[in-house]
Design a protein around this ligand. Structure first.
Ligand SMILES: Cc1ncc(COP(=O)(O)O)c(C=O)c1O
Length: 397
């Protein structure tokens, strides 16, 4: 078997299971799970109805490129959402089976190992673990750029040595970020585009949380490119219905951007065998065409942040993030930065599951930027989130 598989790291939830293996929480307290970022609001009926109406789609093999109707729905959505010229649905958009598989497979399709050096894939740190696994299995070397509070949780590009930039073929960015919720500004995009122009790397922009926001819709990469007068060269965007439309089980998203890159990615995908079923495509097109359910979804998250931030602000140092559905909280001083110890104690004493921040990051440049933090995913029902927050606040006080 492929020896690169040995380089994959255990998933944060595996590590959490091991951490809690012999923990005995008080059974009198109902369990509140704030650890997994899986949307829990109801999937809208329009998605379910479209699936039912398109059962006939089971009778054909779908094409990897997907149906024109879905690609048109996505192109229209992109143009409306980001106030950009409508991307070409035939060459600048590809449906994918959720952004996870696309983030992974795009790296397999794009990394070139035949340049006489080990290619580098740059990842923010902390980060969504698929970036790292994708880099490792593509035979590239992951390079982690820390995202710290003092830089608004944006990657510190200035810390990357030139020798690393020279080998860098792809840079992942995640805006809104998981776990920090931080959104890239136009200046952040300008800086990243300049680096891409200088060093020739592809920008892979993970935007799967783009629709969970509070005050203003996050800037997207395609929008930033337009505002800065650029084309889509070396830029690909990954988006998804999982969070926007509460449909993580639908496995539906898209990749949009540089047509030349997408043509190669499409070739790869025809072999990879990742075509979307026609009924999922119909449901996805219906979802991208509707905003009412997305607004209701946002309102439900906003209510959770409005309720939880005041409960936790003092004890866990939280404030409302720019976007997404996470709180990136600080563990109390008495834990001396040991986020895993805090998570374990909170599980045992409050029966609340939170994710240690250090599990979402790697030791890089002398620190683990997730250390001393925990991630709270506000996906449980409002009442459960409030109950969990109250218990955590009392425990942390
Ligand atoms: C940052 C980030 N990117 C991508 C994904 C993948 O989502 P999906 O494959 O459901 O689109 C997730 C899921 O939690 C995520 O947190």
């Amino acid at each position: 078997m492929n020896p690169l598989l040995d380089r994959l790291q255990p998933y944060p939830f595996q590590r959490l299971k091991a951490l809690f293996a012999d923990a005995r929480p008080d059974p009198a307290l109902g369990h509140v799970d704030l650890s997994i970022g899986e949307p829990k609001h109801p999937t809208p009926d329009l998605i379910k109805q479209a699936i039912i109406a398109h059962f006939g789609g089971l009778e054909q093999y779908p094409a990897t490129l997907g149906l024109a109707d879905l690609r048109h729905a996505i192109a229209d959505w992109l143009s409306r959402r980001y106030d950009i010229a409508r991307p070409n649905p035939d060459s600048e958009i590809l449906p994918v089976l959720g952004s996870r598989e696309a983030l992974f497979s795009f790296v397999q399709a794009s990394i070139d190992r035949e340049q006489g050096y080990t290619p580098v894939v740059i990842s923010p740190n902390p980060f969504y673990q698929i970036y790292e696994g994708a880099a490792l299995l593509a035979g590239a070397e992951p390079y982690y750029v820390n995202c710290l509070a003092e830089q608004a949780f944006q990657p510190d590009w200035a810390s990357v040595p030139d020798a690393v930039w020279r080998r860098t073929q792809l840079v992942f960015v995640c805006s809104p970020g998981n776990p920090t919720g931080a959104v890239m500004t136009l200046d952040d995009w300008r800086a990243l585009f300049e680096l891409s122009d200088r060093h020739g790397f592809i920008i892979a922009s993970d935007e799967c949380y783009s629709e969970i926001w509070f005050d203003q819709p996050p800037l997207g990469a395609l929008q930033a490119a337009k505002l800065l007068g650029r084309d889509k060269s070396r830029l690909v965007v990954f988006s998804s219905l999982s969070k926007r439309s509460n449909a993580p089980g639908l496995r539906s998203g898209f990749v949009a951007g540089d047509a030349a890159l997408l043509a190669r990615f499409l070739l790869y995908r025809t072999y990879h065998g990742s075509a979307m079923s026609a009924m999922v495509q119909a449901a996805s097109a219906a979802a991208w065409r509707d905003e009412a359910h997305v607004e209701a979804n946002r309102a439900a998250y906003r209510a959770k942040f409005d309720a939880l931030v005041p409960i936790l602000a003092e004890t866990l140092g939280v404030s409302r993030p720019d976007a997404a559905f996470y709180l990136w909280a600080k563990v109390p001083d008495r834990f001396a930065g040991d986020d895993a110890a805090f998570a374990r104690a909170a599980f045992e004493q409050c029966h609340v599951t939170v994710l240690p921040g250090s599990y979402l990051a790697r030791d890089a440049h002398g620190i683990n930027p997730g250390a001393g933090r925990i991630r709270l995913a506000l996906v449980a029902p409002l009442a459960d989130c409030i109950e969990g927050a109250k218990r955590l606040a009392e425990f942390a006080a």
